[in-house]
Structure formats: C-alpha cells, structure tokens
Design a protein around this ligand. Structure first.
Ligand code: PNW
Length: 480
C-alpha cells in the first residue's frame, strides 16, 4: 500500500471505537422462517422483482440468521470494538403489534447479542432500518398516526428483552430515505409517490415515534440499563458551488432541508425556520389552505426537544449547491420546496454507485457543521463506505477510501468535534436494496451463488485490521 503524504499520522484516541455495520433485511435472509412476519421489503421485492437491478431479494441474503456465529468470528478477527446491527421488527413481532411476540425471533437476537458480548464486541442496535411489518403498511404505514404508539410499544419490547446487553440504541436509520425514497419518489418500499405531501407527513410521525421511544427509554429503562439512545441521520456534505453569498446561503438551505429536517426537531424541538417559511409560502401559492409541512403543537415541541443522548451520522459523499431562480409553482415537491440546484463535480472519483462520489474532505466539513450547528453533541459515524462491482478481491478503492475519510475524521477530532467512533459499511457484501447484489460494500466478499454463502476477506480487511490494532493510518504514528 502506498500512502499519500497528506494522510494524518496522528494516533486515534485509546477509547475511539472502530466497528462495522449491517442491517437485518440486507443480511439475515430466513425471510419466512420460525414465525417471522412479512415486512415491506419482502412484499415489495416479491411483488416487483423487475424493480430490483438484478431481480433479486433478501429471502436468503447472507443467511446471517443461520450464520451469525460465523459473522461474529469475522468481527473478532477484525478486532472491532463494536458492531452495528438492526432488529427486524416483523421477526420479533410479526404483525407489528408488540403484544404478539415471536419467541424464536427474540431468541435469535438474544443469542446474537450474547455472542457479541462473549467476544467483547459492543453492540450498537438500530430498531428500524427500513423494514416495516407489512401489516402496519396495510394500515397506512408512516402516514397513519397510530404508528407512533405501535413503534413505542415495539421499542419498549426491545428495551425490555434486549436492553441488558445493549448500551447504544438508535431508533431510526436514515429516516430521510424511508420518507423520501419510500413516500416522495416511490423509489423504494413501499413505493408511494406523493411528492411534497406524504414525505412530510412520514417524517412528522417518524419524529414523534423517535421521541416516544426516547422518553420510554428515559423513564422506564435508563435507571437500570444505563444506555444511550439516539437516531442515525444521513446527509451528503453540501458545499457551495462558489464563494458568492447566494451560493453559500443555498448550500445552508439544502443542509437544513436534509439534515435540519430531523436534527433541528430533535435538538431544538421544531423544523428549521427556512423549511417552515419556504413550504408555507409555496403551499399558499399552490392554493393549499395550510402549509404542506405539518405543525408540531407546543406540547409536541417540548416533548421532542432534547430526545438524544448522542447522534449517529451516516456519511458517504458530497454535492455542490448553487442558488437558482424560484422553481415554478405547479405540482408540489420537496426538491422545489428546497429551491436550490444540486450537482456533483466531474472531477470527483466514482464508485459502483451512481450517487456515491469519493469526497474525503467532505466528512471533516460535515462533522464540523453538525458539531457547530447542534451544540457539540457526542457523534458516532454509524456508516461510511464505498462500493465496487465485485470483480476483484483486491479492493484498492476501499483501502484508499477508508484511509482518506479516516484521515479527515482524525482532523475533525483536532478541530474539536466530539466524534467517538467510526463504523464501516459494511462487514460484508449484502442486499443493496434496489441495486440487489450488484453493488458491493463489504470488507468481506460473499458468494451469493453458493448455498453456504461463504465469506472471503478482501484486501481492505487487512488494512482495516491494521488500523484497529495500531490506531494509526500510516506506518508510524505520533501521539497527539
Ligand atoms: C445507506 N443515496 O443507504 C443505508 O443505511 C444502507 O442500508 C445502505 O446499504 C448504504 O447506505 C449504502 O447504500 C443509502 O442515494 C442509500 O444517497 C442511498 C443513498 C444514501 C444512503
């Protein structure tokens, strides 16, 4: 490996946590085994195989439901401090109702968490990584207000059954993707396309559900379990396309529409001012009698504000943003509500995913912006990684990507950002949603043509191991 000169040669702090991540639907398989209920991804991929790039689904995936001990052995070999996983709601409560539990599902996660504990690996557990029980979708999913209580009951069940083994909880993974891809663009399960309306309603209920889960943890479990609960927010870094004041403002507007949509509510109790103003103005011009952005009551604001013990940030890539003329008033959309122009530079290196350009400098800017905007919270990078097409186990693109992003993360620590952990996406190749198995994010390769789903290390495994064992990105590091 040849190191670029500008890679940080500073040691990572002793207590800095390195880990990897997966998500239930992307790795578990066993989609209908041992009493698991159908979820929206089972339903969507079975009903519309044509919409998935390689016409596949997560029915078997990496078969982690049967091979979890092997997964933990890989983690042990990597030497990670933590592993981020998600619980499949319909595996533990098949219809989504927490009063009707599926014992084998509970046993699976208890076993997995115990296996991690026995190997000294700290679990970080996400309650909702996009796989809603289909029975709840049939009642409207995130558009039905009653989902807030259903999620609260599910969260309570999870804290109750698993909480003795979990210190780091996340309510939602990337709720922006749940609500934009799921309800605005119709580009992922459940495939609803009601732009400018349903995505806002979806987020409104997600935020209420998040707050409910945080209060349940705070009031009923914190005293005995002593863990922390947060949410995982994803965003590109939005870099102004020029130094002009208009472009700087446009970039900040975009950050508020993407990150602030969630973070401003959780840290300050309400949506960002720029969202409230712009959506109300455009809604009025479109002839709506009220803003398409729902309003929180004063009680809700007080209830949501401060529902975080720490913050998970997923970071992959960056965009450029320019100011542009006000979009025409016609059909509503979240993009038009933002009203800016987003694009990427042709100079940025590509990956196997069209949306993912390699911009290592962006993670330092994003971490600084989040830290400054939300009062220096404790942050963990809950996902970061890059895709290739699987043609070679010599994944230099991933080695370079981890080195350069981690170097910028190390710089952010010097900038004063309280980032205490880094989670590589992903432990192994897995079901990459609408791209099926065609885009590979894994440190380990998985042979999806073999019923045993064997895992093979790529070159990045060796480098990631070395980073973890030396806490250093180059051959020799200095104390900071
Ligand atoms: C995240 N985008 O998804 C998810 O949390 C993972 O489940 C997923 O496998 C991983 O990143 C890689 O894609 C994203 O279009 C999906 O900007 C799409 C985008 C971002 C993140």
């Amino acid at each position: 490996i040849c190191f670029a000169d500008d890679v940080s040669n500073k040691l990572f702090p002793d207590d800095f946590m390195f880990g990897t991540a997966t998500a239930a639907y992307q790795v578990e398989g066993a989609w209908n085994e041992d009493g698991k209920g159908e979820n929206i991804w089972d339903n969507y991929t079975h009903a519309h195989p044509d919409l998935v790039a390689d016409h596949t689904n997560g029915d078997v995936a990496c078969d982690s439901y049967h091979k979890y001990k092997e997964d933990v052995a890989l983690l042990k070999d990597l030497g990670v401090q933590h592993y981020r996983l998600s619980i499949s709601w319909s595996r533990v409560a098949p219809t989504g109702q927490a009063s009707l539990v599926n014992q084998p599902g509970l046993t699976y996660y208890r076993n997995l968490l115990q296996e991690l504990r026995d190997n000294n690996i700290e679990p970080m557990v996400t309650l909702y990584h996009w796989d809603l029980p289909q029975a709840l979708q049939d009642q409207g999913g995130w558009l039905n207000d009653s989902i807030v209580d259903r999620f609260g009951d599910y969260a309570r069940l999870a804290f109750d059954i698993f909480g003795d083994n979990v210190q780091y909880w996340f309510t939602f993974n990337e709720p922006k993707q749940t609500c934009l891809l799921g309800y605005e663009y119709g580009a992922m399960a459940p495939g609803i396309k009601e732009p400018g309306i349903s995505s806002y309603k979806c987020v409104h209920n997600v935020l209420r559900a998040h707050a409910k889960a945080w209060h349940i943890y705070d009031e009923e479990f914190r005293a005995t379990q002593n863990g922390k609960l947060g949410i995982v927010i994803d965003s590109n870094w939005f870099e102004p396309g020029s130094d002009s004041e208009e472009d700087q403002t446009a970039a900040e507007t975009k950050r508020q529409f993407v990150f602030g949509w969630f973070a401003n509510a959780i840290f300050n109790g309400d949506y960002p001012e720029v969202m409230k103003t712009r959506i109300a103005e455009r809604s009025a011009k479109e002839g709506f009698s009220a803003s398409r952005l729902p309003e929180f009551t004063d009680e809700e604001i007080a209830y949501i504000k401060g529902t975080h013990d720490f913050l998970g940030v997923n970071f992959y890539t960056s965009s450029l943003v320019n100011a542009t003329s006000e979009p025409a008033i016609d059909t509503p959309s979240w993009d038009k509500d933002g009203g800016v122009l987003e694009y990427v530079s042709p100079d940025w290196p590509s990956s196997a995913s069209s949306w993912l350009k390699v911009t290592p400098w962006g993670i330092r800017k994003q971490l600084n912006w989040v830290s400054q905007t939300y009062g220096s919270p404790d942050i963990v990078i809950t996902e970061n990684g890059v895709s290739e097409d699987g043609s070679s186990l010599n994944d230099t693109i991933r080695v370079d990507y981890y080195r350069d992003y981690l170097s910028n993360l190390r710089d952010a620590i010097d900038d004063g950002v309280k980032v205490f952990g880094y989670t590589a996406w992903s432990l192994m190749d897995n079901f990459e949603w609408m791209q099926g198995y065609s885009e590979k994010f894994g440190l380990y390769s998985v042979d999806f043509t073999d019923p045993d789903r064997p895992r093979t290390p790529k070159a990045s495994v060796e480098y990631f191991k070395k980073i973890i064992s030396t806490r250093c990105l180059v051959d020799t590091c200095v104390e900071s």
